[in-house]
Design a protein around this ligand. Structure first.
Ligand SMILES: *Cc1c(COP(=O)(O)O)cnc(C)c1O
Length: 474
């Protein structure tokens, strides 16, 4: 494709995206395709000869679009938002257009240096402690996901705990990882990947009401494990759990970690970005005093298209100690001089996309105030929805944190609640997901699509009431 052809098709694609975003509400929110339907509509074999790009665009409309669930639809309330924005899309396009591979600083210096600047900017916006900044002992790095961030944190924790022995000798002792029943499954996955093993993931009790980790139980598990000869490697505290956005008490968990020299990782994948608003900064109480690492995903709630997860560490040498490796083909003067950062030593893969461009675009386009306004709107829409549901005696609402997520249920059996969820999602009018709290099914209303307004919230509640009354007339 020549640059001239690219210009022509590129304009068409940008127009296509703008049309899509301006007409998104005309689509049913959830895809209604049956398993295998999209695949069956596509040729089984690749074309022998190249095709005009028009053909690809035609097939996107004809075959792909019916199989799309519209995450940016203002009535998409499932999972957590993965909200997108114009500046992020453009930043990603620039990154693709440049096509650079930032595997070492020398591979494209601006790619590394812009990343350093934006992760430091974001640390400042979030009020994270100075030791997480690049001009101190730590620093931030853009990862593909919070799962990768957790894995890298655990590798660094193991490196530090083992005094670097793991690098050559592998895992030769019983290391333990502490989570709660509400911790994201990515942590158990990291335990399996690192070789700690799922059996050494210790599940700390939670408060039955708030679902927050019980620091007293953490302390007793740690003491018990040490007495049995295990080496506690890491505690993961979550700020905003995936199921209900529960907040673990970092300020009470921290002292247990400090006492035993255990790495404290904070998984704030979804909710962490809320700290951009000064009135919500309390969510990170204890982080400044105790955390060794902190992860949040701008690609969930912060208007930055997937993928963009940021990990900060207080001691970058623990990370590079665990992950640095210098094969001959990557040797270069800049890396040898120690004057530059090679982020490949802060992640699992070697290669890296230029993700900083989209985060930079987003922060510059919205500014701190624009980002705060977005978050505050979502928080207040969450409160609005909770008030609507609370006023209905046929429904129960869980107390919620100010993160735009509301968990609620009709006062029915779990089977009936699941049937309601299916009917709601089949309606095409909105899209929700569910969770289980203390054995009970709750519906999750996660408000975060960039174009969602009060009207969409009112409409969603009207749909929920209408369909629930149809299923169970009063
Ligand atoms: C979404 C989520 C994750 C996983 O995020 P990925 O970036 O998809 O790996 C981890 N932890 C929490 C608390 C989450 O909400």
């Amino acid at each position: 494709m020549s640059p001239e052809e690219f210009r022509r098709y590129g304009k068409q694609v940008v127009d296509w995206i703008a049309d899509y975003l301006s007409t998104i509400e005309s689509y049913p929110v959830g895809a209604r395709t049956r398993p295998g339907e999209v695949r069956a509509a596509l040729p089984a074999h690749p074309p022998e000869q190249g095709e005009p790009y028009e053909k690809v665009l035609e097939d996107v409309s004809r075959v792909i679009m019916p199989g799309i669930t519209h995450w940016q639809h203002p009535s998409f309330f499932a999972f957590f938002p993965s909200n997108a924005s114009g500046p992020a899309i453009l930043g990603d396009l620039l990154s693709s257009g440049l096509g650079v591979q930032g595997l070492v600083w020398a591979a494209s210096p601006a790619s590394t240096e812009l990343e350093t600047v934006v992760v430091d900017w974001l640390a400042e916006l979030l009020g994270l402690p100075a030791r997480f900044r690049t001009d101190s002992t730590g620093g931030g790095v853009i990862q593909d996901s919070a799962s990768s961030s957790a894995l890298v944190a655990l590798l660094a924790a193991l490196h530090r705990t083992s005094g670097g022995e793991i690098r050559a000798g592998g895992i030769t002792r019983r290391y333990t990882l502490y989570v709660s029943s509400q911790t994201h499954s990515a942590l158990e996955k990291a335990a399996r990947i690192t070789g700690i093993g799922a059996d050494n993931v210790r599940v700390v009790d939670v408060d039955p009401l708030t679902l927050a980790m019980d620091p007293g139980h953490l302390r007793s598990l740690v003491t018990e494990d040490i007495a049995a000869g295990a080496v506690p490697a890491m505690v993961c505290a979550t700020v905003g759990t995936t199921s209900t956005t529960a907040i673990d008490p970092v300020a009470a968990i921290g002292p247990v970690c400090a006492e035993h020299g255990i790495w404290l990782h904070i998984d704030a994948a979804y909710a962490g970005v809320a700290a951009i608003c000064p009135e919500l900064r309390w969510i990170n109480d204890g982080v400044a005093e105790y955390a060794d690492s902190y992860a949040t995903n701008p690609h969930k709630w912060l208007l930055t298209n997937f993928d963009c997860g940021v990990l900060w560490v207080a001691d970058r040498e623990a990370v590079t100690g665990a992950l640095s490796i210098m094969p001959e083909f990557l040797r270069n003067q800049a890396s040898d001089s120690g004057e530059v950062i090679d982020y490949r030593d802060w992640q699992v893969p070697l290669g890296r996309r230029f993700r900083a461009l989209k985060l930079w675009s987003v922060i510059r386009w919205y500014g701190a105030e624009g980002l705060r306004q977005h978050l505050r709107t979502m928080v207040s829409l969450g409160d609005e929805f909770a008030a609507l549901v609370s006023a209905d005696p046929d429904f129960e609402v869980r107390p919620h944190h100010p993160f735009g997520l509301v968990c609620f249920r009709p006062l029915w059996t779990d089977e009936e609640t699941m049937a309601l969820l299916e009917r709601l999602n089949d309606s095409g009018e909105l899209y929700l997901s569910h969770t289980r709290v203390a054995g009970r099914v709750f519906l999750r209303m996660a408000i975060g699509a960039p174009s969602v307004t009060s009207d969409h919230i009112a409409k969603a509640w009207a749909t929920i009431r209408r369909i629930s009354r149809d299923m169970r007339p009063a």
